[in-house]
Design a protein around this ligand. Structure first.
Ligand code: ATP
Length: 398
């Protein structure tokens, strides 16, 4: 397994669109790195540049300390798993899984690339003892991998006789038998239903542990990114905005974009300014609230606008909390309930009259609320994230 490095990699497609913009990224040996971002941000192009399926406009791709920028995909020692499985429809599962290895060892037999004719030759019993040994090694690898993925009973079937989840396992199996330096996954689970996706996510994590492999995984689904990655790289408009462990990205996003993109419920954002008070500061805006700490704002100009961010689970609904809200909507999800609260100005000086701020709060599902109910809200002050509304940057993150 190997370290993968991108040095200043740019891809400009004909016509001028820059899909990947000067990316620098180091994926450690045996790491599971997830590239996540909205549609069109350049994730797949980045992966294809690593695989060698696209040629970069500038920069270098380095795999296992070898510059492979001008090396053909088949010589990069990587295996790629796609969303659409890309299985050979006319071959059995067994052949789909063994084909790459057979090709590597007996490629010469394929003649002019006429796969059908070549395969007939390959699968004929061969006399040479060495060939026999290789064939039985390949056979063992295929059967062992099929066992690991729970598809050993499907080896004789063709892809059209498989479910989506089974096909994706075959595609995974085909990559695993090759024992590559790195695995590249391009949205491999997005054709599957939610339950199967969750099951395969767990299997992928287990495989990663067992194979001790370097894995790079592309998705637009932030839940996949959070649950799979040992590190997550958030991309937008061809650039990597932040790289870090999932929880760090969630708790300390470097920008408003990252804060909004990560999180299954959107982060609450309120506009205001910071005013210095004795022993601390006050947020004055959609509502007002005091912090009894300097909190890193020693150098922040008083009264300069800020955006306050708070995640829905970091707001508590209490009997006497400092903010008052009216329940405007409820979503009961079973494991929790999402409450949409309109901050109400009347009878509460902390809330600016006419404030149009809504706060979304996540509460235990056994607490019963109704639309129209007046509730009190308390923010976990340590969990508030501060952004500069001008630059969109997290003010307290260097
Ligand atoms: P998605 O999640 O929708 O697959 P993505 O983040 O993987 O998106 P890419 O497929 O890498 O995005 O595309 C990045 C940008 O490059 C997009 O604006 C896309 O339109 C453009 N692009 C991709 N392939 C080509 C191409 N062959 N020719 C021209 N532009 C392209």
């Amino acid at each position: 397994m190997a370290k993968v490095k991108l040095e200043n990699v740019t891809k400009r497609f004909p016509g001028g669109s820059v899909a990947v913009d000067s990316i620098n990224l180091e994926i450690e040996n045996r790491e599971f790195l997830v590239l996540v971002g909205p549609s069109g941000c350049g994730k797949s192009t980045t992966l294809r540049l690593i695989a060698g399926l696209e040629t970069g406009t500038q920069g270098d791709v380095i795999i296992a300390d070898r510059v492979v920028t001008n090396v053909a995909p088949r010589d990069r020692d990587i295996a790629m798993v796609f969303q659409n499985y890309a299985l050979y429809p006319h071959m059995s599962v067994y052949r789909n899984m063994s084909f790459g290895l057979m090709l590597r060892h007996f490629g010469g037999l394929l003649g002019d690339g006429v796969i059908g004719r070549g395969l007939r030759k390959i699968f004929q019993p061969r006399k040479a003892a060495n060939d026999g040994r290789i064939i039985s090694e390949i056979d063992e690898k295929v059967r062992q991998t099929a066992g690991r993925l729970g598809i050993e009973h499907l080896l004789d079937r063709k892809p059209h006789q498989l479910s989506g989840g089974e096909r994706q396992r075959v595609a995974l199996g085909r990559a695993i038998v090759r024992n590559p330096a790195a695995f590249l996954f391009d949205e491999p689970l997005s054709n599957l239903d939610a339950k199967l996706r969750q099951q395969l996510r767990i299997e992928l994590k287990r495989l990663h542990r067992e194979l001790n492999a370097t894995m790079i995984y592309v998705t637009h689904d932030q839940v996949e990114a959070m649950t799979l990655g040992s590190r997550v790289a958030v991309m937008n408009e061809g650039k990597i905005l932040q790289v870090g462990p999932p929880l760090e990205i969630y708790r300390q996003p470097s920008s408003l974009f990252v804060a909004k993109f990560i999180g299954s419920l959107p982060i609450n954002l309120c506009q205001g300014k910071l005013v210095r008070i004795e022993n601390g500061f006050r947020f004055e805006g959609d509502f007002s609230m005091d912090w009894q700490t300097e909190g890193g704002f020693e150098n922040w100009p008083s009264k300069q606008p800020v955006t306050l961010g708070i995640r829905p689970e970091d707001i508590r609904l209490t009997e006497t909390g400092p903010l008052k809200g009216k329940v405007s909507d409820l979503e009961q999800l079973g494991e929790s309930t999402t409450i949409h609260c309109e901050l109400v100005g009347s009878n509460d000086e902390s809330i600016k009259s006419g404030a149009d701020s809504n706060l979304v709060v996540r509460v235990d599902s056994d607490r019963i609320f109704r639309v129209g109910q007046i509730v009190h809200l308390e923010l976990d002050q340590n969990r508030v994230i501060w952004f500069d509304p001008g630059t969109g940057k997290n003010i307290l993150k260097e």
